[in-house]
Design a protein around this ligand. Structure first.
Ligand code: OKP
Ligand code: ZN
Length: 343
C-alpha cells in the first residue's frame, strides 16, 4: 500500500492540562515516527511526500475565516509577547453570543475551539497544513486509480468541524479528502470512523448531505469524550437524513461486540455503493490505550482491515488517534495489512 508521510508533523509538539498541570500532549510526535518505522519494517510499500494544496482545498469544508485564524493565531499570540503555547480558556456556550468574532486572540481561541486540547505553537500551522496535504495527496492517488493509500496524518482531524478545532484536531483531514473526491468527479463518498472517539467534526460537516455517508464506531458519548455528540439517534438532517450512522459502544467493548457493529456499518456502506471510502483510522480502541476504554488486541486490527476490505471500494486510510505509542505502529499497520489480505 502507498503511504504518504512528511516530517513536518514534528513541528507540532504541544502541551495539555493533565492532572492539573501542563504536560506534553498524548498526541505526540513519536506516534507518527513509530507508525512510519513499522510501515518500513514490514515493507508495506512506497512512502511518498505530500503535494502542497493550499487553503482553498481546506476551505471546501472549513470556513475561510477559520482557516485564516489557524494560519495567524500564533503570530497574534506572539505579538502580545507570549512565548508559551496558546490555549483557549473561554467558550461561547449556550446563551453567550457566538455571532460576533472577537478581535482579541484570547476571545478568538475560544470562539474557534470546542475544548482546551488544541494548543497552538510556533510550528502548529505548518504541521496542520502538511497533515491535510497528506490526506489530499492520498485521495489524489485514489482518483488516479491507486486502489488504496495510507495518509500518515499528524495532527489528527476528526474532531475539527467547519469552524472549530478540538481534541488535538485543527483541520479535518478526512473530510477535506472526502470533499476533494467529490470535487473531482466522485458522486458518493463514505467515511468510516473507527477511532475510539466519536468523529464529531466529520459528522457535523456532512450532517445535512446525502453525498457523504458518515459512520462511526466509538465509546458511548454518555461516558466518553467528546461527550456532546455521537448518540445513535443522530441520523442526519434534511437531504442528509439516513446518511449518518453512529454505533456508540460501552466501556470494555472487545472484539465480539466491536465486530458485530463493524460488520453492520460495512454492509450499510457497501449498499450505499460509494465511489471511494475514507477510513478515519484511530487505534485507540487498543486494550492498553491510556485514554480510552475498549479491549481490542493487536491481532484484532488485522480483522478490522479484512472487514473493511469486504466493502470492495478504493480506500484511503487517514490516521487519527492511538496513544499507546509502543504498539501504535503494529496496530495501525495491522489494519492496513489485514486490508491487503496479509497476516
Ligand atoms: C483525539 B482522537 C485525556 C483527555 C483527552 C481529548 C481526547 C482527544 C482524542 N486526559 N481528551 O479522537 O484520538
Ligand atoms: Zn481517538
Amino acid at each position: 500500500m502507498l503511504t504518504i508521510y512528511s516530517n513536518a508533523h514534528r513541528l507540532h509538539h504541544a502541551t495539555e492540562l493533565k492532572d492539573g498541570v501542563l504536560k506534553p500532549c498524548f498526541e505526540m510526535p513519536s506516534r507518527a515516527d513509530t507508525i512510519l518505522a513499522r510501515v518500513q519494517a514490514v515493507g508495506l510499500g512506497e512512502v511518498i511526500a505530500p503535494r502542497e494544496f493550499g487553503s482553498a482545498s481546506y476551505a471546501r469544508v472549513h470556513s475561510e475565516r477559520y482557516v485564516r485564524f489557524l494560519e495567524q493565531a500564533w503570530h497574534e499570540w506572539q505579538a502580545l509577547g507570549r512565548q508559551h503555547d496558546a490555549l483557549p480558556l473561554i467558550w461561547p456556550v449556550r446563551d453567550l453570543r457566538s455571532d460576533i468574532e472577537p478581535q482579541h486572540i484570547d476571545g478568538k481561541l475560544g470562539f474557534y475551539a470546542m475544548d482546551a486540547g488544541v494548543a497552538i505553537t510556533a510550528g502548529t500551522w505548518q504541521a496542520v497544513k502538511s497533515s491535510a496535504d497528506l490526506a489530499l495527496t492520498g485521495m489524489a492517488a485514489l482518483l488516479q486509480g491507486t486502489p488504496s493509500a495510507f495518509a500518515l496524518c499528524r495532527p489528527p482531524g476528526h474532531h475539527a468541524a467547519a469552524e472549530y478545532m478540538g481534541g488535538y484536531c485543527y483541520l479535518n483531514n478526512a473530510a477535506i479528502a472526502a470533499q476533494h473526491a467529490l470535487d473531482n468527479g466522485a458522486k458518493r463518498v463514505a467515511v468510516l470512523d473507527v477511532d475510539y472517539h466519536h468523529g464529531n467534526g466529520t459528522q457535523s460537516i456532512f450532517y445535512d448531505r446525502a453525498d457523504v455517508l458518515f459512520s462511526s464506531l466509538h465509546g458511548d458519548p454518555r461516558d466518553s469524550y467528546p461527550y456532546f455528540l455521537g448518540h445513535r439517534d443522530e441520523t442526519g438532517a434534511g437531504a442528509g437524513l439516513g446518511f449518518n450512522h453512529n454505533y456508540p459502544l460501552p466501556h470494555g467493548t472487545g472484539w465480539d461486540g466491536y465486530a458485530a457493529a463493524l460488520q453492520h456499518a460495512c454492509d450499510a456502506i457497501a449498499a450505499y455503493a460509494p465511489d471511494v471510502v475514507v477510513i478515519s483510522l484511530g487505534v485507540d480502541t487498543f486494550k492498553d490505550d491510556p485514554i480510552s476504554h475498549f479491549q481490542l488486541e493487536s491481532a484484532d486490527f488485522l480483522k478490522i482491515g479484512q472487514t473493511i476490505a469486504g466493502i470492495g471500494r478504493p480506500t484511503l486510510f487517514v490516521m487519527e488517534g492511538g496513544y499507546m505509542v509502543d504498539d501504535i505502529g503494529v496496530n495501525a499497520v495491522n489494519v492496513l495489512r489485514g486490508f491487503e489480505g496479509q497476516r
